[in-house]
Design a protein around this ligand. Structure first.
Ligand code: MG
Length: 386
């Protein structure tokens, strides 16, 4: 990629440049080195082989109803984010495998039913003085819940991936989260983690327009009237492909839009990093703001589209009904297991003493797929009626 039409030679401040002793590649439990694979490649494999990763296939991205087999699930969304993140990392000369591992794991802590499920679980926990946060839950999954190894709980991921799980999308204050001190909360994350949230934005800004049209809830002409970035992309491809059906033009416009945002992220991050002459991870960490950003124009376009999606799609009547149902299911099951903890699976009952009942119930629900939680809901409703 280019700021001025020439191939860049990378930022030279990537998280790790093949140094196996680097702090970011450290694991809690010693793991033998594999000469054929880097530490972050192994993390990618550990994440993809995790049960929680496979469950992403059964979790809502935006549409809970399976009215179309073509809607994104959390899993296909995750794969799209990984592709974008890896490409951005490659162009910036960052560590592609760390970026890929972070993208693969970035949504692993999401409960069923997308953001509606997360909101409902958070509301349930608030009544017990707790909160639900999908990043913190992701950390619990990779550190405790995955049981693949004889010698320890969890996936034993590298420090760099665990730090990125916490810090890729938001900043946690060290005062509020002293238990996360090991993740250097007062310092910025490596660029590989910083690009993940923006790769996520690029993926869903494109995909949600696509799935929105597929669902019939959005119309191409309406999007063109209200979303400048899609309108200009559409006009561009229309000039190139005169007379082609609108559906094909829309697909081409989405692809162009994704490319424009991706190129903007690369160019702006490169410019930001060069502006402070950062050449080391330490300088990236010490800078008071994130260096991975969109330009002001792309940021304004991003916000305009996000507002459009929120007002026109995420809160439309059809999806609001899905969200209400989702919140009802999550809340009813949470209340049931709080009242009847002996009905939880035995592995969860054992954790109540150390974790507390409310957290254990939330952990159980958060791990479920959409179909599994609906099955549980039907069974509980039958049991309560008896
Ligand atoms: Mg995501």
């Amino acid at each position: 990629m280019t700021l001025n039409g020439t191939k860049n030679s990378g930022l030279h401040c990537c998280a790790v440049c093949g140094d196996a002793d680097d702090a970011l590649t450290q694991r809690v439990y010693a793991a033998p080195q594999r000469p054929s694979r880097t530490a972050f490649q192994r993390d990618c494999e550990r994440i993809v082989q995790a049960r929680a990763f496979r469950r992403l296939a059964g979790k809502t991205q935006v549409f809970t109803s399976r009215a179309s087999d073509h809607f994104r699930s959390r899993l296909t969304h995750t794969i799209e984010v990984a592709q974008i993140a890896r490409g951005v990392a490659q162009e910036l000369g960052l560590n592609q495998e760390l970026a890929e591992a972070l993208a693969l794991v970035h949504d692993i802590g999401h409960p069923p039913f997308g953001h509606a499920g997360e909101r409902a679980l958070d509301e349930c926990l608030k009544r017990h003085g707790l909160r639900f946060d999908h990043n913190l839950h992701a950390l619990r999954i990779v550190e405790h819940f995955e049981l693949r190894y004889a010698a320890h709980r969890g996936l034993n991921l590298t420090a760099g991936v665990r730090e990125g799980i916490i810090k890729h999308s938001r900043d946690y204050s060290p005062e509020q989260y002293p238990e996360l001190a090991v993740y250097l909360l007062d310092r910025m994350p490596p660029l590989e983690a910083q690009i993940i949230d923006l790769a996520d934005e690029i993926a869903y800004l494109t995909a949600d327009l696509d799935d929105g049209v597929e669902s019939g809830l959005l119309e191409i002409d309406h999007i063109r009237e209200r979303v400048d970035l899609l309108a200009s992309s559409y006009a561009h491809v229309e000039r190139q492909h005169a007379g082609v059906d609108a559906k094909f033009l829309f697909n081409e416009a989405l692809q162009l839009m994704q490319n424009i945002l991706t190129d903007d992220l690369i160019a702006t991050t490169l410019a930001n990093t060069r502006a402070i002459a950062a050449t080391s991870l330490d300088e990236v960490r010490s800078h008071p703001a994130r260096l991975a950003t969109f330009s002001p124009l792309a940021e304004a376009q991003r916000q305009q589209e996000k507002r459009y999606l929120y007002e026109t799609l995420y809160t439309c009547h059809a999806l609001s009904l899905e969200h209400e149902k989702a919140e009802q299911v999550v809340t009813a099951l949470f209340d049931f297991w709080i009242a009847e903890p002996q009905e939880l699976p035995s592995g969860y009952v054992e954790q109540i003493e150390t974790e507390g009942l409310a957290r254990v119930v939330a952990d159980y629900i958060a791990g479920m797929t959409d179909s599994f939680i609906l099955l549980q809901y039907a069974q509980v409703k039958r049991a309560v009626r008896r």
